[in-house]
Design a protein around this ligand. Structure first.
Ligand code: ADP
Length: 633
């Protein structure tokens, strides 16, 4: 006997044990889903074999009649799911059934709260898979052999779901996998043909392989097929009910929850393909990782070709799950071929069209549902403005923002809403970008807008910096940052504008003051000038039209990039008492402190960080002490 054949006992990866414990407790009320998970895995294994056999049909070992068998044994209290799919090698067994190789694992475990109710939801989102067997079984045995491997290279894996499992090499004449559950004492309900048939029909009817069980009843003989066993997507839409779509989604997306929406399309004409696309109801744990390219399952003439064919969907729609079945691609299509293929390009364009249409309809007819979508995936969708310039206007219609209109943090104002509320003389769509809602809402830059009743969009996603750079117009109206350049309110700002520019150019005391402050602040600011944008704050910082903007600078710095810092412009409010006081302040040291504080408070109020916080505190305290003295005098 070789060393390999010997029995080995191995420990589960720590996370697996944690996942198991969590699952057993939190999913008990939904325990029958283990069967769906096992059947789903068996079906994937058959898909993989069929694909591999396109290159080498000896892998069928003379048996190309792929199916899944479910059997139970009352005497031994066992339930088995058997497939003749691709099977696993010993190292695959150890890797697949001893660790979690899923992306997003780290984020998942970080997000656990210890609250069973909340964690149960998260676990559904993470996907339960094979390990769900331990909800109903106290021992599980897997026997498997990889298609094409000699019969002596079968593998047996056994575990009680308590920290460890054993593997050994066995003789296994049949390829594929048999999973046997030794059911817990109180799980007798799964030793009942009718109950099992009910579960299979309910959760796995869409599986395109036959799922068979021994016929039962008086004159029963042989096997019978329990499910419909036709690919769901080729069926007529009107013959498929919502429940069936949902179960199919759970299978393709490995999701526990039903999708938010879906679109099923049969395209005929120059190209022939079927697409079945789903929008999940929740974002997966790795959505923010742009490298993690999830795609769509690709089938060619009903044969599964590959998972995650990322060419079928652009990155900004990477949350979409589902499948495409093409009649035009060759069966031996590879990932390399997909990259430069006209058929794929057309299918991808078709998918984009369908998803955008689905979202537009949802936004119009089911705004609450759309809001749910936006909260989960809005930030990803925004990338489309950068990735797909042709779709800018269409995408922009789908965007939602918080706004000074209602000052609520929920992002539910569309650009169309904004435009419909614009004042008659208003030329631009105004926005502010900050790193938190409170900073945006309370930004001093908004003061004049509030005074004039002009709405400002309050943006807080880092990506908004890039989006607004690319989306310079909507509906013929330019998008304009309220923190950038000189404020141009046109007719709307006439009075304030002339007051400010008069103050700046005509009033020598303000000109002089600006010069003195600039001398104190030196390189920290590019310029000091009077402004009309403030009503209650003494000062604020703005960026020049072509400069990067302080918020973007901070985002880039935080992500570790080197940024050539550009000094902002300090704008002062000529009518503010603090500015008035500064004008007649002679003592240089006090003037310098006040000027610095003016700059520092402007920086703080727009969410910036002080370079020398201790210096700021000292200056403030000096000021308090001085104020106390003034009062006593
Ligand atoms: P998921 O199916 O979400 O990847 P699972 O925990 O259900 O996660 O399964 C882990 C892996 O084990 C699968 O990805 C697959 O590679 C392998 N596996 C599970 N069941 C089978 C099976 N019946 N035949 C072949 N491989 C299987």
């Amino acid at each position: 006997m070789s060393v390999e054949a010997k029995q080995e006992t191995l420990g589960f990866q720590a996370e697996v044990q944690q996942l198991l414990d969590l699952m057993i407790h939190s999913l008990y009320s939904n325990k029958e889903i283990f069967l769906r998970e096992l059947i789903s895995n068996a079906s994937d294994a058959a898909d993989k074999l069929r694909f591999a056999a396109l290159q080498d049909d000896s892998l069928y070992e003379g048996d190309s009649d792929l199916k899944i068998r479910v059997e139970y044994d009352k005497k031994h209290h066992t339930l088995s799911v058997i497939d003749n799919g691709i099977g696993m090698t010993r190292s695959e067994v150890v890797g697949n059934l001893g660790t979690i190789a899923k992306s997003g694992t780290k984020q998942f475990f970080e997000s656990l709260t210890g609250d069973q109710g909340k964690d149960a939801k998260l676990i559904g989102q993470f996907g339960v898979g094979f390990y769900s067997v331990f909800i109903v079984a106290d021992k599980v045995e897997v026997q498997t052999r990889r298609a094409g491997a000699p019969r002596g290279e079968g593998v047996q894996w056994v575990s009680e779901g308590k920290g460890e499992f054993t593997v050994k090499t066995i003789d296994r004449p049949k390829r594929g996998t048999r999973v046997t559950l030794y059911l817990r004492k109180d799980e007798k309900e799964f030793l009942n043909g009718q109950r099992l048939r009910g579960i299979i029909k309910h959760y796995s009817d869409h599986i395109s392989l036959p799922i068979v069980m021994d016929a039962e009843g008086k004159d029963a003989k042989g096997e019978e097929t329990v499910n419909s066993a036709t690919a769901l997507w080729i069926r007529d839409k009107k013959d498929i009910n919502e429940e069936e779509y949902h179960e199919f989604y759970k299978h393709v997306a490995h999701d526990f929850d039903p999708p938010l929406s879906y679109s099923h399309n049969k395209v005929e004409g120059k190209l022939e393909y079927i697409s079945l696309l789903f929008i999940p109801s929740r974002a997966p744990f790795d959505l923010w990782d742009r490298q993690q390219r999830h795609g769509i399952k690709l089938y060619v003439k009903r044969v599964f070709i590959m998972d995650d064919a990322e060419q079928l969907i652009p990155s900004y729609l990477r949350f979409v799950r589902g499948m495409v079945d093409s009649n035009d691609l060759p069966l031996n299509v590879s990932r390399e071929i997909l990259q430069h293929n006209k058929t794929i390009d057309s299918i991808r364009a078709g998918n984009v069209k369908k998803i955008l249409k689905l979202l537009q309809d949802m936004a119009k007819k089911e705004p609450e549902k759309y809001q749910k979508f936006w909260d989960e995936f809005g930030r990803v969708l925004k990338e489309g403005v950068i990735d797909d310039p042709e779709k800018q206007e269409e995408l922009a219609c789908l965007f939602r923002y918080a706004s000074s209109y209602d000052d609520k943090p929920e992002q539910c104002v569309s650009l169309e809403d904004y435009v419909s509320r614009m004042q008659p003389d208003q030329k631009a769509i105004y926005y502010v970008i900050a790193d938190t809602f409170a900073t945006a809402k309370n930004s001093p830059h908004l003061e004049i807008f509030r005074k004039k009743g002009i709405e400002v969009l309050l943006m807080t996603d880092p990506i908004d910096e890039w989006v607004t750079n690319h989306l310079s117009e909507f509906n013929g109206k330019s998008l304009q940052s309220v923190t950038r350049g000189e404020l141009e309110l046109g007719e709307l700002g006439k009075e304030d504008k002339s007051a400010a520019s008069e103050a700046d150019t005509e009033d020598p005391s303000i000109k002089k003051l600006s010069g003195r402050i600039k001398d104190v602040l030196d390189d920290k600011v590019k310029l000091v000038r009077a402004t009309n944008r403030l009503t209650s704050s003494p000062a604020c910082l703005v960026s020049d039209h072509h400069d990067m903007g302080l918020n973007l600078e901070r985002i880039l710095k935080a992500s570790g990039q080197k940024v050539p810092g550009t000094a902002p412009i300090l704008e002062i409010n000529p009518g503010h008492p603090v500015i008035e006081r500064l004008k007649c302040m002679d003592e240089e040291e006090v003037f310098s402190d006040w000027s610095n504080i003016l700059f520092e408070q402007a920086l703080l109020s727009e969410g910036g960080q002080l370079e020398d916080p201790a210096g700021f505190v000292q200056r403030l305290n000096k000021m308090f002490i001085q104020m106390g003295r003034d009062r006593n005098e």
